[in-house]
Design a protein around this ligand. Structure first.
Ligand code: NAD
Length: 480
């Protein structure tokens, strides 16, 4: 069995304890590689390397950092096909999706922050004849980046790139469920000439190596993307140590469709916002609210298109829905479908596993599922399912749909479909969400603040927000 390695101080190493974890290919339901089962000993070694590397890396000019990060971009682009295949194998997503979205975005993350750091400036505050203030923004030191399994390299690099660009040294942990592209990124960084110890990548379980990383007293900041439950556990550890914390957590996003929308664009986009990546995107719109006068037409057309989606092996070019990421997750999603039925929901399509033929018979495939007939406040409509499952509900008034949209503990994103300008802007202002899309979905500009309110997170990523997070401001006041 192929074994992956940790990347510590510029070298590839097994875990100190010699243990490995199985990693599954979700398309077949079989173990295909093993990853180090790291623990505190590996964290200690990585911390020593990151601390030793920090003064040198922090002292590099922004141009030097730009040069190295752009070599990483070139490395990702030159191995894009291999990375896309690896991401698809590890996660179960269609390979074309990894080719078109995940891997180009990983390169774009490094390119964006390589450029951004060369433009990043600090503030000055003039006090007229009394004097002035200027603010220095210096790197923090050793920071931790922890990412989930749904967009493995995309989200891993979204954290690492600004952390490195700002001059920090990094201890990073990918999800134990999808470690492969993080391992390949280590090879790319080594080839690109990133100095030893500047980026250290540790594999292993959340409660062991993840917890050891976040609890380490020398860690200055933690950037985490994952579930709300894990975010809360990390916050409990980090808060008493006064570490800076950026938390990107779960969502239960509303997709609000008015009768005056651009119907064809809305329908095609809603298909994507419901089921892209098997519905395993934190920004997917899993609660679809449709104005009553459009409801029956939308339901008929939407269900017809969902039924036509092809569930298949990730490498097949015509696959639209691949495998969900793990057996545990597959069972969780099926349990939510059972809950929806128990709560009185009607399954309009899907609602069951899909068993493929031959070598893929053991894979974790689910039919895209549409449910109606549930109240806005039942558990199915309040809890994050994070799979290929959406609910439909008709609404009558703006006030009603706004209250339903805001009724969950989450507040990550929302989508509005309408041609009515005032309504779109007024609703956007009142929705409890960090990100609102009007007549579009998942259209991203990396300069904008990205993140959620309520239980969807704390802080914002993206653009200068990320560079501010990964630097410490110091104000210096000069009196005349
Ligand atoms: P998860 O919380 O189980 O795991 C995320 C990461 O945290 C993994 O690397 C895991 O090993 C690590 N971890 C687990 N326990 C830990 C602990 N005690 N200490 C430190 N690290 C620990 O989440 P997941 O199942 O991998 O990902 C799915 C979740 O991520 C969903 O809730 C989804 O909405 C969320 N998500 C949010 C965003 C966003 O931008 N807001 C983006 C993608 C995914």
């Amino acid at each position: 069995m192929r074994q992956l390695s940790n990347y510590i101080n510029g070298t590839f190493q097994p875990a100190h304890n010699g243990r490995y974890l199985p990693v599954y290919d979700p398309s077949r339901g079989q173990v295909y590689v093993e990853a180090p089962d790291s623990d505190e000993a590996d964290v200690a070694a990585a911390m020593a390397a990151a601390q030793a590397a920090f003064p040198g890396w922090a002292a590099t000019s922004v141009e030097e950092r730009f040069e190295v990060l752009m070599k990483i971009v070139a490395g990702i682009e030159s191995r894009a096909e291999e990375l896309a295949l690896a991401e698809s194998l590890d996660n179960g997503k269609p390979c074309w999706l990894a080719q078109q979205v995940d891997i180009p975005r990983a390169a774009a993350n490094f390119r964006f922050f390589a450029q951004a750091i060369t433009q990043f400036a600090a503030e000055a505050h003039d006090m007229g004849s009394a004097g002035f203030n200027y603010t220095l923004r210096r790197p923090l030191g050793v920071v931790v980046c922890i990412s989930p399994w749904n967009l493995p390299l995309y989200l891993f690099t979204w954290k690492i790139a600004p952390a490195l660009a700002a001059g920090n040294t990094v201890l990073a942990k990918p999800s134990e469920i999808t470690p492969l592209t993080a391992f390949l990124l280590a090879e790319i960084c080594q080839t690109a000439g990133l100095p030893a110890g500047v980026l250290n990548i540790l594999h292993g379980l959340g409660p062991t190596v993840g917890a050891a990383l976040t609890a380490h007293p020398q860690v200055k900041a933690i950037s985490f993307t994952g579930s709300t439950l894990t975010g809360a556990a990390i916050a409990r550890v980090a808060a008493p140590q006064f570490k800076k914390l950026s938390l990107e957590l779960g969502g239960k996003n509303p997709n609000i469709i008015f009768a005056d929308c651009d119907y064809e664009k809305m329908l095609a986009t809603t298909l994507r916002s419901s089921f892209s990546n098997q519905g395993q995107i934190c920004l997917c719109g899993s609660r679809i609210f449709v104005e009553r006068s459009l409801y029956e037409r939308f339901k008929t057309d939407f269900v017809q298109r969902v039924k036509a989606l092809r569930v298949g092996p990730p490498l097949a070019a015509d696959t639209q829905i691949g495998a969900v990421v793990s057996q545990v997750h597959y069972e969780k999603v099926l349990a939510y479908i059972d809950l929806a039925k128990a709560e009185g929901g009607t399954i309009l399509c899907g609602g069951a596993p899909v068993v493929l033929a031959g070598e893929f018979a053991g894979g974790w495939y689910l039919a895209p599922t549409v449910i109606e007939g549930l109240s806005y406040d039942c558990r199915t409509n309040q809890e994050e399912i994070f799979g290929p499952v959406v609910t439909l509900q008709p609404f009558d008034t703006e006030a009603e749909v706004l209250a339903w949209a805001n009724s969950t503990t989450y507040g990550l994103s929302a989508t509005i479909w309408t041609q009515h300008l005032n309504r779109a802007h007024q609703l956007s202002a009142q929705l409890e969400a960090g990100i609102v899309w009007i007549n579009t979905w998942l259209q991203r500009d990396l300069r904008t603040p990205f993140g959620g309110t309520k239980n969807s997170g704390v802080g914002r990523e993206g653009g200068y927000e990320a560079l501010r997070f990964f630097t410490e401001p110091k104000n210096i006041c000069v009196g005349y």
